[in-house]
Every structure is written in structure tokens, then in C-alpha cells.
Design a protein around this ligand. Structure first.
Ligand SMILES: [Mn+2]
Length: 420
């Protein structure tokens, strides 16, 4: 990732900060499970966005209290004994090289520096990452630090850095698009590997294993979310991720999966016939979903909102569902289609965005994922592509992942013959 683009992101953040403010963004800390076990460390995404560093125990500090904005990165100092056990820490030079931040210091000096500033200069506002998904969630590391800060310094107004960074993260720069495209390409190869092996009697977890093996083999750090492999009825459950059942002859297998590429995500869904051939009914339903998917890719452009795209999607699905004899009125569609057509995609699978009604702009990457879920027929179909919004329309980043029924059948048939 170019340090020029990282600097651009930080400059854009600083520009949106109120004068007289500082921003304090922690990279986070490992979370304890039990005994000496820790959850896999997940860096704060906004810290990653502005530094491209994915290590714990760091702080990005942006100071806009003076005439000139300054940026400082605080990192952990290496301890040779700990390094023997847990691996190398970043040096100041390495941190500077990755992030492009000139002023890198050790984190032990952070609290003193901040205390000094609080007594000698006028900090009116302090920005922390105060995002939370659900009111009942445990407070995360940045939240807890913000609360402590507020308690000690009640006269400084707390502001939410997420509102600024979330807005900026909605449109991706060239480096981000490159990483997402790389993730999409690994997903393509993983799906092709599954199609080559898929046959009746395979277990859902085996399809998952083939996919995840492939992306790891290609150098991905792993799936961007728990892989969904739902056959038959399981394909009608939106977040099915138990993946324990056998894929039966005549059933469909819905695969909703993604890959990470240096922190950025893909999110793709394909639905395949387990035995390599769609039944007439499955194909009819599939083609309705495909029509909605293609329609969205055709009309998505700057100025539209995700809500408008979903309304358009529902029109196509409702028309098709009537033809399929599933519904009589448009309002009944929610029985067979109950989610939105897309979401932003980036560092997070459901990526930062300010709200659903905000207009798309060039650089936004969104998913295009209509579906129809017919429990009573054990048919669950979703087709999901990743779209990059351009100046006048969109580019389908996942265009090379085959999706037409004929293409899928031909791919699976060709491979069967090749095996004999
Ligand atoms: Mn999705």
C-alpha cells in the first residue's frame, strides 16, 4: 500500500476534525479467552485504515490544536526476551516505512505527552473511535480508553472519530480496490476448486474445507467471515454456518464466502447444483434471482442509495415470484426475500458507512446479492457479486466468477469428464 495514499487518508481525517482537537486511535489489545489462550488479534479497523499496521498496543495521535496538524505513531518497544517467545515487534523504522508517519515514538511516553498537553495547551475536543454495533455489546478497547479519558478530563468534549473515518472509508482508493480485487480472485479460485469436486455425498464441511484450503494456499490470511455452505433446506437459512449435512443428489448448495487480502475482504455467493445439473424448477427460480442480480449491476451508479437499489431489486424479484407462482401481491415477497440487496465492503465485510440512505459515490464498493428462499421446496438461491461504483455506473469486480446456469453446468460437466 502506498504511503502516499495513507497520508491522503490521514490528511482527509485531519481536515474534517474541528480546530482545537486531538484524535486518539488505539490499535487495540489481544482479548483473553482462558488460561494462556487469547483470541486471534483483530486490529482496530480505523487504525489499520490510517496506518496499514495490524499490530496491538499502538496509538495513532493526530494533533489539530495548533496552526499545523501533526501526526505521531506510538509503538511498543521490543523486549528481546518476549520476542524469543512471541515473535518480532515492529521497529520504529519499519513502522515509519509502512505507515509513512515520520514521528514514531515508544508507547511508554504516550500518557506523559498527553498529560503535558492537557495542562499546557487547550484541547477542546478529543476524538476516539466510539463505534458500537449493539447497545448490549461489551465496550471495546478504544471505548474504555475514551471513558477513562472523559472521567479525568470532563472539560474536554468527546467526539466520535468513527463518523469521520466511516464516511471516508465508504469510498475506496486504488490501493483498496486492488486488495479487494485480489480477495475476489482468491474467492474465484476457491469456488472453482469446490465446483470441480462437488458431487452427491459430499458433506457441507468438505465443500468449506476445499474452499478454505484453496484461499489459504493462495496466501490469504483466511475467510473474511465464517463460511456458509448450506445444501437443500439449509440454503434457505440466511446465516447457516454449521455446515454438517450431506449434500444430496438433486439439491442445491449455497456457498456464501469470502477471503481476506492484506486485511481487505471479498464477499461472494454462488449456488450450485450438487449433481452438476439444475432441475427445471431450480433453474427457473435461479434465473429470477440472476435477473435481479444483473439488473442491479446495470443500474448501480453514483447518487443512488442502497435503499433505492433494494427497491429496484424487489420489483424484479416480485415480478419473477409471481411468475413462479409463489406470490400474488408484491407485498408477499418478504416471505421469500427478507434481506437487503447489498452493503458496503472493504476492511469490514459489512463495511463502515454512515447510513443506508447516504448516496453512493465513485469508489464505493458494494455487494449485489438478491436471493429467493423457498423453504417448502428446499430451494435457497442467492447470487452475490462485488461492485465498484465508478463515475457513471459500476464495474463488477467479480465478473470472472461464473454465474449463469449453463456456464456452471458446463464447468462441472467438463471436470467430471476430465476425471475419467
Ligand atoms: Mn454479503
Amino acid at each position: 500500500m502506498s504511503t502516499k495514499n495513507l497520508k491522503k487518508r490521514r490528511d482527509a481525517v485531519a481536515k474534517m476534525m474541528d480546530a482545537g482537537s486531538v484524535m486518539i486511535l488505539y490499535s487495540g489489545k489481544e482479548v483473553h479467552v482462558s488460561e494462556d489462550e487469547y483470541y486471534m488479534f483483530e486490529v482496530n479497523k480505523n487504525f489499520r485504515y490510517l496506518t496499514d499496521i495490524d499490530r496491538d498496543n499502538m496509538v495513532l495521535f493526530i494533533d489539530k490544536t495548533g496552526k499545523k496538524v501533526t501526526e505521531t505513531l506510538f509503538i511498543e518497544e521490543a523486549d528481546p526476551l518476549m520476542e524469543k517467545w512471541y515473535g518480532k515487534k515492529l521497529t520504529k523504522d519499519e513502522a515509519k516505512e509502512i505507515s509513512g508517519i515520520e514521528d514514531v515514538r515508544f508507547i511508554d511516553s504516550f500518557d506523559n505527552m498527553l498529560a503535558r498537553m492537557l495542562t499546557t495547551c487547550c484541547i477542546k475536543n478529543a476524538y476516539f473511535d466510539l463505534y458500537h454495533h449493539d447497545a448490549s455489546d461489551e465496550l471495546d478497547f478504544n471505548h474504555k480508553r475514551a471513558m477513562e479519558f472523559h472521567k479525568k478530563n470532563p472539560a474536554v468534549v468527546l467526539k466520535n472519530a468513527y463518523e469521520i473515518i466511516g464516511y471516508l472509508r465508504m469510498s475506496k482508493d486504488a490501493d483498496e480496490v486492488k486488495r479487494i480485487s485480489h480477495a475476489v480472485d482468491m474467492t474465484r479460485q476457491g469456488l472453482e476448486a469446490v465446483m470441480k469436486e462437488l458431487k452427491p455425498g459430499m458433506y457441507e464441511y468438505q465443500a468449506q474445507a476445499i474452499y478454505e484450503y484453496t484461499i489459504h494456499y493462495l496466501g490469504s490470511s483466511g475467510p473474511s467471515f465464517p463460511t456458509i455452505a448450506g445444501s437443500g433446506y439449509n440454503g434457505t437459512m440466511l446465516h447457516y454456518e454449521t455446515n454438517r449435512c450431506e449434500c444430496k443428489d438433486g439439491d442445491l448448495l449455497l456457498l456464501d464466502l469470502g477471503s481476506k487480502a492484506d486485511g481487505w475482504c471479498s464477499d461472494i455467493t454462488r449456488t450450485y447444483p450438487v449433481n452438476g445439473k439444475f432441475t427445471k424448477r431450480q433453474k427457473d427460480v435461479y434465473n429470477v434471482v440472476l435477473e435481479a442480480n444483473q439488473h442491479i449491476a446495470k443500474i448501480a451508479k453514483p447518487g443512488m442509495t442502497l435503499r433505492e437499489l433494494n427497491d429496484e431489486c424487489k420489483k424484479v424479484l416480485a415480478k419473477g415470484a409471481k411468475k413462479l407462482g409463489l406470490i400474488k401481491e408484491d407485498s408477499e415477497l418478504s416471505k421469500y426475500y427478507m434481506h437487503g440487496v447489498g452493503h458496503h465492503l472493504g476492511l469490514d465485510v459489512h463495511d463502515a458507512s454512515t447510513y443506508e440512505g447516504v448516496k453512493l459515490r465513485p469508489g464505493c464498493v458494494i455487494t449485489d446479492e438478491p436471493g429467493l428462499y423457498i423453504d417448502e421446496e428446499c430451494i435457497g438461491i442467492r447470487i452475490e457479486d462485488d461492485l465498484l461504483i465508478t463515475e457513471d455506473g459500476c464495474k463488477v469486480l467479480s465478473k470472472d466468477i461464473i454465474r449463469k446456469p449453463d456456464e456452471i453446468e458446463a464447468f462441472m460437466a467438463k471436470n467430471k469428464k476430465g476425471k475419467k
